[in-house]
Design a protein. Structure first.
Lengths: 114, 113
């Protein structure tokens, strides 16, 4: 996967704890995204950022907050983790060219809330 | 409601046995149809983007096509290394294309030697 880096790769949290998933891209893309992937549900959009300084809710934003720190970085925060937030989280960024768009994904962050 | 549906959910083929995966969509305005490959424990890997009915794109043993209501991913003479989950996604939003993709649930493809 070209240039989208996520940390941490794995994390176990207790219910009620908070944590931040970090994402950085080195491709100078304007748009960035956070998705979650659950068995039988497919990938669902949590939040997105069309450009530096802007963020918008996606399909499943409840329980999450995001920060677009600069053009490179887009973080996802769980303020009070719940077992329902156990999932695999993917960050992505979008390349826009004259010939079309490409969205690149990171390798994922596996989060378990107990 | 806009949605993306993939079929079949799972497909098992013999090496060399060609087949097609289907992605149907109901949209108010399609801004791009994407195909990805996902291996276990990995992030989705970009394959193709299609924009217009009649458009086709190829990469090695894969060819993606698009009509007004569905897209097909044709796999010709597959090899075991083509085994993966194939995801279809559509850019359905009105936010100038920046508002993310709506994904289908994927087709789990197994190619047996």
């Amino acid at each position: 996967n070209a240039g989208v880096t996520q940390t941490p790769k794995f994390q176990v949290l207790k219910t009620g704890q908070s944590m931040t998933l970090q994402c950085a891209q080195d491709m100078n893309h304007n748009s960035m995204y956070w998705y979650r992937q659950d068995p039988g549900m497919g990938l669902r959009l949590i939040y997105y950022s069309a450009s530096e300084g802007t963020t918008d809710k996606g399909e499943v934003p409840n329980g999450y907050n995001v920060s677009r720190l600069n053009k490179r970085e887009f973080s996802l925060r769980l303020e009070s983790a719940a077992p329902s937030q156990t999932s695999v989280y993917f960050c992505a960024s979008r390349e826009i060219q004259f010939s079309g768009n490409t969205i690149y994904f990171g390798e994922g962050s596996w989060l378990t809330v107990v | 409601e806009d949605q993306v549906t993939q079929s079949p959910e799972a497909l098992r083929l013999q090496e060399g046995e060609s087949s097609s995966l289907n992605c149907s969509y109901t949209v108010s305005g399609l801004r791009g149809l994407f195909w990805y490959r996902q291996d276990p424990g990995k992030g989705p890997e970009f394959l193709f983007t299609l924009y217009s009915a009649g458009e086709e794109k190829e990469k090695e043993r894969l060819k993606a096509t698009l009509t007004k209501k569905e897209s097909f991913l044709h796999i010709t003479a597959p090899k075991p290394e083509d085994s993966a989950t194939y995801l279809c996604a559509a850019n359905l939003g009105s936010g100038g294309g920046a508002d993310g993709l709506t994904f289908g649930k994927g087709t789990h493809l197994i190619i047996q030697p």
